[in-house]
Design a protein around this ligand. Structure first.
Ligand SMILES: [Zn+2]
Ligand SMILES: [Zn+2]
Length: 188
């Protein structure tokens, strides 16, 4: 696996209307998105069609990857199976095409010495598919807020103990209200 994806615009793409299919796997080390770090041990698989439209080079297709990260609830490993779409435009003079084309949110990237670099569009197509909340499974039960027990793996007796103690300062209803606020502290 190579960690860059570049395509030389050779004779196969010399004429307007000519197209070239490229497929393969892009190697990815750390995949940093915001303050999260994922890895993609199997890389990003891509299937793209590159078309010479006359004035520009259009690259369209699909990508797939399995990302490994950390579950937001239980802190165990989370695997994300993601697929996305690539839709990138290349031009000798990208700025000429960026102007007056507000309707389409398509990237216009430079053609540098007859080579197009698809590394960023392929990575971005996966990055935008990463969900806001990363979970190891949709119904992950998370950790017990009292003892840290991973509730996917087993139960603890915290709830039963608190209920038995009947502490009016610490009822489960207050705990639930606290949790739904995302742990934000209330003043006063
Ligand atoms: Zn989890
Ligand atoms: Zn517990």
């Amino acid at each position: 696996m190579a960690d860059t994806l570049t395509v030389r615009l050779d004779s196969k793409l010399a004429e307007a209307g000519s197209a070239l299919d490229v497929e393969g796997v892009l190697a990815v080390d750390d995949f940093v998105v915001g303050d999260r770090v994922f890895s993609a041990p199997d890389g990003i698989a891509y299937e793209l069609t590159i078309t010479n439209t006359g004035e520009t080079i259009l690259a369209m297709g699909s990508v797939e990857a399995c990302l490994q990260g950390t579950c937001d609830r239980c802190l165990e490993e989370a695997r994300l199976y993601l697929s996305g779409d690539v839709d990138a435009l290349f031009a000798d003079d990208p700025e000429a095409f960026a102007e007056g084309d507000d309707e389409r949110e398509i990237e216009v990237l430079p053609i540098v010495e007859d080579v197009i670099d698809l590394t960023l569009p392929v990575r971005s197509a996966i990055a935008v598919e990463i969900p806001f909340k990363v979970l190891c499974k949709p119904d992950c039960k998370g950790l017990c807020p009292h003892c840290g027990q991973n509730l996917n793996e087993g139960t603890c007796d915290c709830e039963a103990r608190l209920a038995a103690e009947g502490d009016p300062m610490n009822p489960m209803s207050a705990l639930k209200a606290f949790k739904t606020k995302g742990g934000a502290k209330e003043e006063g």
